[in-house]
Design a protein around this ligand. Structure first.
Ligand SMILES: O=P(O)(O)OC[C@@]1(O)O[C@H](CO)[C@@H](O)[C@@H]1O
Length: 391
């Protein structure tokens, strides 16, 4: 815990009409319906989904069934929360547990025919085969003639804005859910590139967020880092199981690599290089259990700390990772990003579009201008983004 944690309230879903409340009360039921519609689940799975819907709305949080492989882990994580309403425990905890219970309901972990069937796969797959994805990959051909620094910055921005398209966000925003007015509210990209000096024998960690239209540009950025010797090795952290609808797992990485290789021109070349990089450990994929933990990164275990501590920089993608990085609390937007991430074992960067209440590291004038123009909507609308770095 950081010294001034007590000053900022932990976000919970208990305030009707708040963003956190809307996720628990509206986004989660809508997601259950989408998952039901996407698979021919049997009666037992439908009954379990009905029970989850009912419990999450009106019941109290119960432990996992004793036979679940991770029941004892969740027993520890949940000891302060069992028996309480989902709306009265930390929002971060409630959301993570919802995804774990959803997988329980559809039999994702249980030996049997549905074991390992990702309930979000149809949505993630659809993302990879849209006209927008085709156009984004084709656009890479136009980058190739540019100087390496311009390519680098363009790829960084493409990875940043790729974060707008997460599927959970779109379930509540409806359709694309993104207005035309997009702005970067903090931009430490120059500092980030200064940490990625070409030719240094560095490792870089990238903590991925969404599959599909976000992971494609993330992978192309990784290819650029490797190819231009900004990094000798990249460690890509993904989720060990389906999570927050579109979060990337190892299967999604492979699907994206296949998609890149099947494209034309620069995209296909990047796909071939990345495929080869995985076979020689220049690109390493890790699916650490903590990546789906209902906890902030301040509580990370020692092996993960060592991984991040050995990197020239760790890039955290996306909104959820940002919440976990700085802590899921109602900080003052002008609180220091460096202060909030002081516990982190090495240089760290956040690349995120703003889709929840948490934000730090803004100038007072930037915050005042945002509030004057949008009241508090800029925090959750996905129209604004940030690149923040602590060296
Ligand atoms: O991490 P991501 O994909 O950028 O965003 C995750 C998100 O859609 O889900 C959470 C609410 O369910 C919020 O953190 C945010 O709105």
């Amino acid at each position: 815990m950081q010294p001034d944690d007590a000053e900022a309230p932990v976000i919970r879903g208990d305030e009707r009409g708040s963003f956190a409340w809307s996720v628990l009360a509206e986004r989660h039921p809508a997601l259950i319906q989408k998952v039901r519609d996407a698979f021919p689940y049997g009666p037992e799975q439908h009954r379990a989904l009905d029970a989850l819907l009912e419990h999450a709305a009106h019941g109290v949080i119960e432990p996992l069934p004793p036979g679940a492989h991770d029941a004892s882990q969740w027993q520890v994580w949940g000891r302060d929360h069992f028996g309480k309403s989902w709306f009265d425990v930390p929002f971060l905890w409630a959301e993570s547990y919802f995804y774990r219970r959803l997988l329980e309901a559809v039999g994702y972990f249980r030996p049997g025919p549905w074991q390992g069937i990702d309930p979000f796969r149809p949505f993630k797959q659809a993302e990879l085969h849209t006209a927008e994805a085709d156009a984004e990959l084709a656009a890479l051909d136009r980058l190739a003639p540019l100087p390496a620094d311009d390519q680098a910055q363009a790829l960084l921005l493409s990875s940043l804005w790729g974060n707008r398209a997460d599927l959970g966000f779109r379930i509540s925003a409806g359709g694309e859910g993104v207005a035309g007015d997009s702005r970067i509210v903090a931009d430490d990209s120059a500092l980030l590139w200064s940490l990625l000096t070409a030719g240094a024998p560095a490792s870089v960690c990238l903590v991925a967020d969404n599959a599909g239209r976000e992971l494609l540009p993330d992978l192309v950025l990784i290819d650029h880092l490797l190819r231009n010797r900004h990094a000798e090795r990249v460690i890509l952290h993904v989720k060990p199981y389906p999570y927050y609808v579109s979060d990337a797992t190892t299967s999604d990485v492979i699907d994206c690599l296949r998609r890149l290789r099947a494209a034309h021109g620069a995209a296909s070349e990047a796909g071939e290089r990345l495929w080869a990089a995985m076979t020689t450990d220049r690109l390493i994929v890790r699916a650490h259990a903590f990546s789906c933990a209902p906890l902030p990164y301040a509580d990370m275990p020692d092996d993960l700390r060592a991984d991040f501590g050995g990197a020239a920089v760790t890039l955290f993608k996306g909104d959820l990772n940002y919440r976990r990085l700085v802590g899921d609390r109602l900080w003052q937007p002008t609180d220091s990003f460096a202060g909030r991430t002081a516990y982190f074992p090495g240089p760290v960067a956040a690349l995120r579009t703003l889709k929840s209440d948490v934000v730090v590291g803004l100038d007072a004038s930037t915050e005042a201008a945002l509030v004057a123009e949008y009241e508090q909507k800029w925090r959750t609308s996905g129209t604004h983004a940030l690149i923040q770095v602590r060296r």
